[in-house]
Write a protein that binds this ligand. Structure first.
Ligand code: HEM
Length: 503
């Protein structure tokens, strides 16, 4: 609009408008600097050229090479601080791997920070007003609704896991041929996820080429890009995104329609074995868009996170036969060769739990995350003049943080920080705020217990059936961290697994 006005004005008027614009921007900048100073000051500032385009280009270059973590590490080493800032098109972004700052944003100053309107707007087409995209009262209502579905008695029902695991076992080779375990864990979590949430599975274990699965992955990849390019998102093409969204909706919406055709009384009268997450939600809201949004949000949250973690776990185990032996010893001791685990059996298998904790330390499923200041506020630490002093955060300032980078800090986890060592957790609980794979504070992952139970179940049953995990990717294989919304192995994890023999 402004460009039109300038183009269609007389030269003198155009110059005046241009000058007014520059002055307005300069004035806004002075005001912002004053505000930042009054609130606490700046963190160390990355060099900014051409309105910060240099920083965007560097971020994109590293992201394209799947080296997001390396970029953070290099900057931390270069600037000697765990909190720094940059500017992109006048927008200020703070980056931090300081547990104190993360704790403030996620917990002690929870009401000062949130996902923000920009995030809500850019994700709206995909996830509407769901738990993922909202703040304040709207978020609180979604959270209350969804949390009830993750109470212990619902999670302790392990039949769904067993059913899909047996289906997977019926297809996994038992002749020592290589197994693409990363592919299988993604199929397993998609089938259990859709079963738990919708009451019907997409059955990707039987049919790897489910279109829904591909569209679901591609929609998320598009949304990841949207989030990363920030203000440049408007130039991205949405054609493929809309096509994929249609496929996704065509799958989910019939379930919503069928469920809404039932009365609340019918839903309440459902037997336990016919009851699913959608039935439960439909007792509280009859709004089809709201139901669809919440279902898709939970499906996203549930699927790639757990699958990625299991894939990384097998990747690490393929390098550490002694850890596989210890897992098996614990599993066989507790369950024997074919005992079906109960919820409390799983909770008592401490070593298996430590293996999962350690996987989530090196590969926290959501490796990078972002919040925005919802009002003028502060961060407790990271000031450029004195690390222990606060940083000013006027409303709208973005705060990016990385559990991935933080959980590999040698000053927190010791010199062996890059070593996969479940033993490091023995006798020590994961320290809060230094270890946050599930986030923390009021917005902590609502599916944490569900996810842990599912992964423990998977490992326990697998290691009753198989006794070794060996690398089938060759000695020169290259693995890398593919960081989109979640972190997954960039190359397939292929392993040889020797079936266990019992006399
Ligand atoms: C290894 C497995 C998992 C990990 C590491 C994980 C991690 C996380 C993290 C870091 C967040 C915070 C995202 C944010 O606010 O920016 C989150 C939120 C969430 N997770 Fe998980 N998650 C896992 C599995 C699951 C599962 C299985 C479910 C559901 C079945 C689930 C449901 C959710 C939901 C609904 C939220 C949104 C919570 C809110 O905003 O109040 N997650 N998860």
């Amino acid at each position: 609009m402004l460009a039109d006005l300038i183009l269609h004005s007389s030269p003198a008027l155009a110059v005046s408008i241009g000058v007014a614009l520059v002055l307005t921007l300069a004035f806004a900048r002075i005001q912002q600097n004053r505000k930042i100073k009054a609130l606490g000051g700046r963190a160390k500032v990355l060099p900014t050229k051409s309105l910060g385009i240099n920083n965007v280009l560097t971020t994109v270059k590293y992201a394209k090479a799947d080296r997001n973590r390396e970029l953070w590490d290099e900057r931390i080493a270069e600037y000697g601080t765990h909190t720094m800032e940059m500017e992109v098109l006048t927008k200020r972004i703070i980056m931090s791997t300081d547990p104190e700052n993360i704790k403030a944003v996620l917990a002690t100053q929870f009401h000062d920070y949130g996902k923000g309107e920009n995030f809500h707007e850019s994700w709206f087409e995909f996830l509407g007003d769901s738990i993922f995209t909202t703040d304040g009262k709207q978020w609180q209502e979604s959270r209350a609704l969804i949390r009830t579905q993750f109470m212990k008695d619902r999670i302790a029902d392990l039949h769904t896991f067993e059913r899909h695991l047996q289906h997977m076992f019926s297809r996994l080779p038992m002749d020592g041929s290589p197994i693409n375990i990363s592919d299988w864990v993604f199929r397993f979590t998609l089938d259990t996820g859709t079963d738990f949430i919708l009451g019907e599975t997409v059955n990707s274990i039987a049919n790897a080429k489910v279109e829904f699965s591909r569209a679901f992955a591609d929609v998320q990849a598009h949304m990841n890009l949207v989030t990363r390019v920030g203000p440049f998102r408007h130039v991205l093409s949405k054609r493929k995104f809309h096509k994929d969204l249609k496929i996704l909706n065509a799958f989910v919406e019939p379930f919503v329609e069928r469920t809404l055709a039932m009365s609340v009384e019918d839903l309440k009268g459902k037997k336990e074995n016919e009851y699913n997450f959608l039935h439960a939600l439909a007792q509280y809201t009859r709004d089809p868009r709201m139901l669809r949004d919440q279902l898709v949000a939970v499906l996203i949250a549930a699927r790639d996170t757990t699958a990625g973690t299991l894939a990384w776990c097998f990747y690490e185990l393929s390098k550490k036969p002694q850890i596989v032996k210890k897992i098996r010893a614990e599993v066989l001791n507790k369950l024997g060769p074919d005992g079906i685990p109960t919820y409390s059996d799983l909770k008592e298998m401490k070593y298996v739990m430590n293996v999962i904790n350690e996987t989530l330390r090196l590969y926290p499923a959501v490796p990078f995350n972002i919040r925005v200041a919802l009002k003028d506020t502060t961060l407790p630490r990271g000031n450029a003049n004195n690390e222990n002093e606060p940083v000013g955060m006027p409303a709208g300032t973005a705060f990016a943080y990385s559990p991935l980078v933080m959980q590999r800090r040698a000053d927190i986890f010791g010199e062996d920080v890059l070593e996969f060592s479940p033993e490091r957790w023995e006798g020590r609980a994961p320290k809060s705020w230094q270890y946050i794979p599930f986030n923390g504070g009021p917005r902590i992952c609502v599916g944490q217990q569900f996810a842990l139970t599912q992964m423990q179940y998977f490992l326990a049953r697998m290691f009753q059936r198989y006794e070794t995990v060996e690398n089938a990717m060759g000695p020169d294989h290259r693995q890398f961290e593919k960081c989109e919304i979640t972190i997954t192995p960039g190359n397939d994890v292929k392993v040889f697994m020797k079936p266990a023999k019992y006399n």
